[in-house]
Design a protein around this ligand. Structure first.
Ligand SMILES: Nc1ncnc2c1ncn2[C@@H]1O[C@H](COP(=O)(O)OP(=O)(O)O)[C@@H](O)[C@H]1O
Ligand SMILES: [Mg+2]
Length: 297
């Protein structure tokens, strides 16, 4: 069943831009198709490239609720779908015992705690929610298999009360930072898109949207420097989030341009591993800055 709430690929780009999200043509196409065909989207890419953010921006632009299932090692079907409120069940039982009333139905909605997957299958006031299944690569194969089933019929089963079927399928976005390969079967169900680091021009647009206070000169240098850093041999390359953070740090220090000194003093906004920071200390930052300046000139 189609979701069909965006009129065109351009419409996707414009409406995400209204949420300060800069969406390239190919990602906008995938989102447009996903909405039109009612298919889940699978976004894979390095950390900090805007995968989680696009789900948030999409929910906001559609006026839909965002339901996020943050994946982690050891996440199992039970805690992704629902849990019984054991403490409340015990209390109700004890109360019934002391008052002599009939025992309550312990497996009714009163004692059910809905977790993200169940929540996403329930009717929502504004229409089907956006279900963000974030960082799926952190879970394991059995959980993937379970998800595959839940996503194929948009139904989850609670043994004590029966199946819950979504009246309208949620808009599903899965993300992976690719710390491991996700199983083909799951990917095949989805429209796949690799989210790359942005080009210089696009990162300038992102910075303009997220740190509009930064003057053009500083932004140009910041973006060019980060882009150059990404070509270095680093353990963890800076993402877009780091570019924005760094620009904000430099602004807070009233900088209007980069210098080797200020780069050295603020590297912690860009690089989060001591080995990477060490590599950039000394003449290395100056070398990259000189190259960047020569290129910008
Ligand atoms: N295309 C974009 N447009 C606007 N902001 C972006 C974009 N890509 C990344 N960002 C910024 O970078 C931050 C990190 O992105 P995020 O979605 O958390 O990365 P990921 O989920 O891919 O690790 C976001 O909070 C947002 O501020
Ligand atoms: Mg993320």
């Amino acid at each position: 069943m189609p979701h069909a709430r965006m009129n065109s690929i351009d419409d996707v780009q414009t409406r995400l831009a209204d949420q300060s999200y800069v969406c390239g043509r190919s990602l906008a196409t995938v989102i447009y198709l996903a909405l039109t065909l009612g298919r889940p989207v699978f976004l894979e890419g390095e950390a900090g490239t805007g995968k989680t953010e696009v789900a948030k921006a999409l929910a906001a632009s559609l006026g839909r609720r965002l339901i996020r299932l943050q994946c982690y090692e050891g996440l199992d079907a039970a805690s992704a779908v629902y849990e019984w409120n054991f403490a409340a069940q015990m209390l109700a039982l004890r109360r019934a015992e002391t008052t002599g009333e009939a025992a309550p139905d312990l497996f009714s909605d009163d004692f059910l705690i809905a977790r993200p997957l169940l929540e996403a299958m329930r009717p929502q006031p504004g229409g089907a929610p956006v279900l963000l299944i974030d960082e799926i690569d952190r879970t394991d194969a059995p959980f993937e298999a379970f998800l595959l089933e839940a996503l194929s019929d948009f139904q989850v089963t609670i043994p004590e009360t029966g199946p819950v079927t979504a009246p309208e399928p949620p808009i599903v976005i899965l993300t992976s930072n690719r710390t491991r390969e996700v199983h083909d079967a799951l990917k095949r169900r989805c429209l796949y898109h690799w989210v790359d680091y942005p080009s210089h021009a696009r990162e300038m647009e992102i910075l303009a949207a997220r740190a509009p206070e930064a003057a053009a000169r500083l932004s140009r240098e910041v973006v060019a420097f980060v882009q150059a850093l990404r070509t270095e041999d680093l353990f963890k390359k800076p993402g877009v989030a780091e570019t924005i953070d760094w620009a904000k740090c430099l602004l807070a220090l009233d900088m209007i341009e980069l210098s080797p000194e200020v780069i050295a003093d603020t590297l912690g906004a860009l690089l989060k591993y001591q080995d990477d920071i060490q590599k950039l200390q000394g003449s290395e930052a100056k070398r990259i800055l000189d190259e960047v300046r020569a290129e910008l000139a």
